[in-house]
Structures are given as C-alpha cells and as structure tokens.
Design a protein around this ligand. Structure first.
Ligand SMILES: *[C@@H]1O[C@H](CO)[C@@H](O)[C@H](O)[C@H]1NC(C)=O
Ligand SMILES: *[C@@H]1O[C@H](CO)[C@@H](O)[C@H](O)[C@H]1NC(C)=O
Ligand SMILES: *[C@@H]1O[C@H](CO)[C@@H](O)[C@H](O)[C@H]1NC(C)=O
Ligand SMILES: *[C@@H]1O[C@H](CO)[C@@H](O)[C@H](O)[C@H]1NC(C)=O
Length: 509
C-alpha cells in the first residue's frame, strides 16, 4: 500500500477544515466528530490534572508518587523526576498553572548533589530531554504560555549544568560511557560493558544541547560514543546488516556479543537512528542508512508469525543461529519507528510492516481481560503453559509477565498509525486503552501499575506511579484528540519536532 493511497476518512486536518473535505456534511457529521474529539481531549486533560494534583499534594518535590499509600519515592536521584517529565505535556495541554509550577521547581534543582548513583541514560531522557523540550516549546510555538522569559531561560542553563555534571561519564579509553556513575567521586559501578540502548539513546539530547548553546562538546561526546555502534566491530557483532549486538566493551568500543533484538536494552538505539535523520537529515544521513539496513534485515529475519495466529506479526530475537519467540511491551515502539521511517523515506514496505506490528501489539491489549497488554509475552509453541493454552490458541501469544507499569509503547505506536493513516480505528484503539487504564489503574491520588493484566481487575496493584505516565502515556493519548499543532507527528518530511524516547518533543535542527 502506498502511503498516500491509504484512505483518509477523518484526519485532524479535515476536522479543522470540514467544508473542504466534506462539502455535503458541513453541519452534522464533522461537528459531532469534533465534539467527541474535544470531550475526549478534555477527559485526558482531566486525567493529567488528577495525577498532577496527587503528585503535587503527596509527593512533590520527590521523584514519584506512591498512589495507593500517598507516599513518595526517589528512584531518579530526588530531583523531582515527575515534575520535569510532566513539563512538555503540561505545555502541550496549555495548562499555564502547572507549567509555571514546574518552571519554579526547575530553577531550584541542584543537579550536583544526590545520594544515589546516576543513570546517564535515564537522566538524559527524562531530565535533560524534559528541560530541552520545554525550552524548545516555550521559546517557540508555545511562547505565549509563560510571560516571564527568564523562567524559560533557566531550562537551558539547568540543562547545561546537568550535562556538565554528567559529562565525565564519557571519559573512558574508548569514549563509550559508563551508565551508572557517582557524580561526587566521578566513579562508576565497575561495569566492563555498556548496553546498546543506554549508549545509543543519548545523541539526540546531547546534540540538541550543543545546537542550542553553541558549545560543541556535548554533541561530540555523544557522537563519539555512537560511532562504535554505527561501525560495529568485530564482524560477528552484526549477524544481519544493521542489526547489532547488545553490549559494548567500554575500554575498546568493540561489541561483546552478537545478540540482536528490538527489546528493552536494545530498543531505542534503533529508534534514535531514524529520529536523528528527522532531527537533521544533513548531519545524520549515515544514521538513516543504518536504520534502513536494520529495518530491512528486521523484516527479513526477525518478523515472526504465531502458529495459531499467522495473521499477526511480532519481532523475535536472534543469537548465534537461534531465534527466541518472545517479545515485550517495550518492543511495541517498533510499529511507530517503522511508520516514522516509512513516511519520512516514502517507503511503502516500511509503512505496511509498521502497521502489521501495530496490529500485533494491539492484539496483546485487546485479548486480555483488562484490555491492557502484558509486560512480556511469548509465542513459542514448545513452551505454552497448560493454563494459557486457550489464550495462545485464541490470541496467538501467552503471557510471561502480566504486569503493566504504566508503559506507553503500544499507545505510542497507535498514535503514529493514527497520524500517518488518518484511520479512525487507530484512534479508537487509543481511546479503548485510555478507558481501560483509567478504569483499572486510577486511585484516589493518581495511577497505579497492575500485577496481572489478564486477571479480574488487573490482579493486585503496585504502589508506584512512574514519571513516564506524565511524559508519555497521557501525552500520546492527548495528542490523538487535540488539534493539529506544529509539534504533532506529520506525514512525509514535514516534521518540525521529533520525540525523544521519553516522548519529549525536540525541535528539529
Ligand atoms: C490546570 O492545572 C490546575 C492545577 O492542577 C488545575 O486546577 C486546573 O483545572 C487546570 N486547568 C485546566 C484548564 O485544565
Ligand atoms: C559516591 O562517592 C562518594 C565520595 O567517594 C561517597 O561518599 C558516596 O557514598 C558515593 N555514593 C554512592 C551512591 O556510591
Ligand atoms: C477488542 O476489540 C473489539 C473490536 O474493536 C472491541 O469491540 C472490544 O471491546 C475490544 N476488547 C477489549 C478488551 O479491549
Ligand atoms: C490518598 O489520597 C486520596 C486523595 O486525597 C484519598 O482519596 C485516599 O484515601 C488517600 N489514601 C490514603 C491511604 O490515605
């Protein structure tokens, strides 16, 4: 199917200009659709305010709310992760009250002190990405939201301070960073290797920081680390063109294995290859070439169809000649990545495959008792537990971890499918997921995770609300029902923003 020949019944654009798209149906149908869209957008905003108010009342300035006990946790170094992660969504929802509260908080953060080791990856995607995105939005298309311009500038000065605190992590013989570091002693956890995703998911944020400050050191550090991933050594690290191993030796920059997947640990390395090209096609065309190779190899070698549901497509993983037939909620960003690459590069085969992946991940939601998908699942016919035979026969997969910790990836890919095809079905899938999350995860003060998505009421609940419900889950849902703003994902080459892996929109170069 060619990208432009997909039928477009009700795109966000056609809703904005119903007279052009639907000359016969001016008064009734588009208006009714607009009303539904607006009421759904309002419901998502209300969910965001509910979670924000609970965090604000019981957990601020800690990292996250414990939404059952109304306590709080500091899993992200105690710098107020939920506040920083919520900023870009609050901007997109145009809630000036919350935006100003968060800006006041950012000004107070002391990134030079913490009691725990710091994860370079988590800190980059949540804090650095959150602040840079807030800066790009508030200096650009959302400039009217904050009248005090000095409060916006703080986002950039704090970003630079944070990167200056962290940059020693790259000071290794190869330039491949340590991920878990002590910012007081400049020590690390002693790891000999670093993971593919945590090494390869820094370059967007650190390059943006250089482009905004004019100080090239941040871009250079992250791109030097990335260089080993783009030209993998030894040969065995790249069993199929573009698909590379999972661990990189910090001393030499050589890969330590050739195990390939799109699962957690590897995932956002592939995500950022194409996103860097969207960020700046001039500087990052090599990244795009590597993504194309990986995508083609993935279609050829990793695509897998359950025996009981050959109509579904999942991604398997591969190591030394053997395939593992299992996947994860985390992996379900894959449909969105193929759709973004497909539309930007005008490759019908990638679009079609992306929609196949989206359909598979939707099935993991649609076939459970709660309508929410599991943390991990499998379709290996040799290992089906007796208790899940019926599920495997009907749904094509069985559950290996039934937890749901408020992850975004399935909804994220639905959002790309909605934006790029305009088919209402994908927006309905997003709405169904929202209704299910609101039904099973909502507490008096926020949203809690579930222990078993395929048990009545989702099993028990985890007393934790990850900051990414603010940054990602509620943002992607809201975007699907909100107007066609400049930060939305666009068809073709028209993207003015690109989303980091924590769903913070970064302005393209
Ligand atoms: C913005 O957030 C505040 C604080 O949570 C809330 O009370 C208010 O209703 C929100 N405004 C809108 C328009 O949603
Ligand atoms: C970091 O290093 C300092 C100074 O050596 C030490 O006091 C502290 O306990 C270390 N922190 C962690 C989390 O290892
Ligand atoms: C599964 O999808 C069907 C068709 O879209 C829908 O009617 C049904 O409610 C969904 N079930 C769940 C649990 O989401
Ligand atoms: C937590 O706060 C909410 C909202 O104020 C309240 O409904 C709930 O009962 C509280 N839970 C506990 C354990 O105090």
């Amino acid at each position: 199917m060619h990208w432009s020949s997909i039928s477009l019944p009700l795109t966000a654009l056609s809703l904005a200009a119903p007279a052009l798209a639907y000359p016969q149906a001016r008064a009734e149908q588009p208006l009714a659709q607009t009303n539904i869209r607006n009421s759904r957008a309002d419901a998502v905003k209300a969910a965001f305010v509910h979670a924000w108010d609970g965090y604000s009342k019981y957990a601020y300035p800690n990292d996250e709310l414990h939404p059952i006990s109304n306590g709080s946790g500091n899993s992200r170094n105690g710098w107020g992760a939920s506040a920083v992660d919520a900023l870009s969504t609050a901007v997109i929802m145009r809630n000036a009250t919350i935006v100003n509260q968060i800006l006041d908080h950012v000004a107070l953060i002391d990134y030079s002190t913490t009691e725990d080791k710091v994860s370079l990856f988590e800190t980059t995607i949540r804090y650095l990405g959150g602040m840079l995105s807030g800066y790009d939005l508030l200096k650009g298309p959302a400039a009217g939201l904050v009248s005090d311009k000095a409060k916006v500038e703080v986002l950039l000065t704090q970003s630079k301070k944070l990167a200056d605190v962290l940059k020693f992590a790259f000071d290794t013989p190869s330039g491949v960073p340590h991920n878990n570091v002590n910012i007081t002693s400049h020590g690390n956890d002693g790891a000999k290797t670093n993971g593919l995703a945590v090494t390869g998911t820094l370059v967007l944020e650190w390059t943006r920081l250089s482009d905004l400050t004019g100080d090239q050191q941040y871009a250079q550090l992250s791109q030097k680390a990335q260089s080993y991933l783009l030209k993998p050594q030894p040969e065995s690290a790249e069993p199929f063109p573009g698909l590379v191993g999972s661990h990189i030796d910090i001393e030499t920059g050589k890969f330590a294995d050739g195990r390939v997947s799109w699962d957690g640990g590897d995932d956002s390395f592939y995500e950022y290859l194409i996103k860097m090209y969207v960020y700046d096609p001039k500087r990052f065309s090599t990244y795009k070439d590597r993504w194309v190779q990986a995508a083609e190899s993935t279609i050829k070698h990793l695509a897998s169809h359950p025996e009981t549901r050959p109509d579904l497509t999942f991604l398997s993983s591969y190591n030394k000649g053997a395939y593992t037939l299992s996947s994860q909620h985390l992996t379900c960003f894959d449909g969105g990545s193929f759709l973004l690459g497909g539309t930007v590069l005008q490759r019908d085969d990638f679009i079609k495959f992306g929609l196949d992946l989206v359909k598979g991940c939707h099935e993991t939601y649609n076939q459970t008792l709660t309508g929410i998908g599991p943390e991990s699942f499998s379709w290996d016919p040799k290992s089906v537990p007796a208790s899940q035979k019926e599920l495997y026969e009907r749904a094509g997969f069985y559950i290996t971890s039934g937890a749901y910790i408020l992850r975004p990836e399935v909804i994220e890919s639905f959002y790309y499918a909605w934006r790029l095809t305009g088919q209402e079905m994908y927006r309905e899938w997003i709405w169904n997921a929202f209704v299910a999350i609101d039904k099973y995860c909502r507490t008096g003060s926020g949203y809690a995770g579930l222990t078993n998505v395929n048990a009545a009421n989702g099993g028990a609940r985890y007393d934790n609300q990850e900051s990414f419900i603010f940054a990602e889950v509620l943002k992607y849902i809201y975007l699907a029902f909100s107007p066609d703003d400049v930060w939305q994902v666009q068809r073709g080459k028209g993207n003015k923003f690109v989303y980091n892996t924590e769903a913070h929109p970064i302005q393209v170069a």
